[in-house]
Design a protein around this ligand. Sequence first.
Ligand code: SF4
Length: 165
Amino acid sequence: MGSEMALAPHDIMRLAAHNDRETLFGDDAMWLCLTCETCSARCPNDVDPARVIDALRELAAAEGAGHSPRNVRAFHKSFLEQIRMTGRLSEVGLIMQYKLRSGALFQDVAASPGMLTRGKLPIVPPHISGVGEVRAIMAACERERVARAAAGQTGPDTHDGEGAS
Ligand code: SF4
């Protein structure tokens, strides 16, 4: 993915260290990152750019809709909502929520019948036994986010509401 990104991982790290949000949020690089973690695994300084980019995406989403493409925000929120509901990813639930949030109702719809018949899209969402613990963790993150916001601190938007949609 590096060839598609105008900013390399070390550029992103330098901009983040200088709190240059305008350059960071004005570029598509962090939205193109696939979180493959190659940069983190190979970093000679033992830092973790992939995690930093994750955090930057959360910050961009928290700071305003204009900072992130609508489809990326839609995917991000839909993914977290699936994890909160079942403790793991339900592909069908993710697709339905993503389509409603992004407005891309008919995108890739022709692929659905084949995937359903081959069993690639289980209709019944899978649940893990510890889903209550997952929800408790997410609720604790939300409480911390609200407390930070009340204290005037910016931080990752971990809530699953529609505020940044
Ligand atoms: S995790 Fe690092 S190497 Fe992988 S796509 Fe993102 S920036 Fe590039």
